[in-house]
Write a protein that binds this ligand. Structure first.
Ligand code: COA
Ligand code: ZN
Length: 317
């Protein structure tokens, strides 16, 4: 294997989700122009995939009610896929009209969380997804199916792995191009992740699988590494570690993009993402949102961002 192929196979793809998962839970309204500016900046930082918004009920998620304007006015960078989260057929129609490149259809493995989040049973979600597949036929849009609460549910607790796999199989049978396993409230652990990733990779290639972790219990990056070692290559992350599901008690931020890219840089895993740019963007978030953000790297700086030694060190022998 030559060095180029080796690099491609090692490459970890970061899908930036701050404009969607990050902003959906923010209590303060972020102006459409500010959302667009954030997405445009992310578009030139090296990402190939950005979840730029959702087309859900504006009553459920008022923070993202301007999805049309965002998708219509972003400056689309060549080679970047702009994704929209979708709950139902109405959302799919809106997203296709707004020229989303990919629809991310979301259903929870947990019936209770799906009812809380999507206000319908899993069966009704799946049946709507069948209609979306039919709607998308003949259009260039690609479809990704997310299994939310795949590693645990804040209402039901443990989720049976066979149930998660049955949903993955149902998505594949419907004709979805990609699958995301989402740890909505940070309940996953690295061994569980490795097991489930291996079982899903028996069904699809690594180029079709995304892992979506939240750092709710501090295990986010440990889970990434475990999934990567098990063969997964694509991961959702949010600038500044923003994010969370408003319909899951105790939800907190996604894994933080710049913390993840730093981990990759330090370990020699290529991502193609400009870390200095990310740090700059992340440091602008508190002014935009009116509060501190959970990411750690933007506060600590990179390993190589050295500090001048204190004066007294010179006199110590
Ligand atoms: N976009 C915009 N409006 C939508 C919509 C969509 N995708 N889907 C439904 N609506 C509107 C309907 O037109 C209706 O409007 P009206 O009250 O003015 O007539 C209203 O919402 C209720 O429609 P209904 O189909 O009965 O929806 P619901 O109240 O049962 O809610 C969902 C179902 C799926 C629309 C809602 O729960 C939802 O949007 N959930 C997404 C939550 C989310 O984004 N969570 C975080 C990401 S995982
Ligand atoms: Zn999430």
């Amino acid at each position: 294997m030559n060095a180029f192929n080796h690099t491609l196979q090692d490459r970890l793809i970061v899908q930036e989700v701050a404009p969607r998962d990050g902003l959906q839970i923010e209590p303060t309204w972020v102006e459409t122009d500010d959302k667009i500016a954030l997405i445009d900046s992310l578009s030139t930082a090296g990402f190939t995939r950005i979840e730029a918004g959702s087309f859900v009920s504006p009553k459920a998620i008022p923070a993202l009610r301007d999805g049309e304007a965002v998708f219509q006015r972003i400056r689309r960078a060549p080679g970047v896929i702009y994704i929209a989260l979708i709950p139902n057929v109405k959302g799919a129609e809106r997203a296709i009209a707004a020229r989303a490149d990919e629809l991310n259809l979301v259903m929870s493995a947990s019936q209770t969380h799906n009812r809380a989040n999507m206000r319908m049973s899993c069966e009704r979600s799946l049946s709507g997804f069948g209609d979306i597949v039919a709607l998308a036929k003949g259009s260039p849009v690609t479809l990704n199916g997310t299994v939310a609460t795949a590693f645990g549910c804040p209402f039901e607790g443990t989720i049976d792995e066979n149930r998660v796999l049955a949903i993955v199989d149902a998505y594949l049978e419907l004709g979805m191009h990609g699958i995301t396993l989402a740890d909505t409230t940070g309940m996953a652990n690295p061994r569980q992740v490795a097991r489930l990733v291996a079982r899903v990779l028996e069904r699809i290639g690594a180029d079709a699988l995304t892992l979506h972790f939240h750092n709710t219990r501090g295990l986010g990056l440990a889970n990434v590494l475990s999934a990567y070692e098990a063969g997964a290559r694509r991961f959702d992350a949010a600038l500044g570690g923003l994010g969370g599901c408003p319909f899951a008690p105790g939800a907190s931020g996604n894994i933080c993009t710049e913390d993840l890219v730093n981990l990759c840089n330090e370990m020699g895993i290529p991502t193609g993402i400009d870390l200095a740019r990310l740090i700059g963007l992340s440091r602008g978030l508190p002014a935009l949102l009116g509060h501190d953000v959970p990411g750690q790297l933007a506060k600590a700086g990179r390993n190589g961002d050295l500090h001048p030694a204190p004066e007294y060190v010179r006199s110590i022998v």
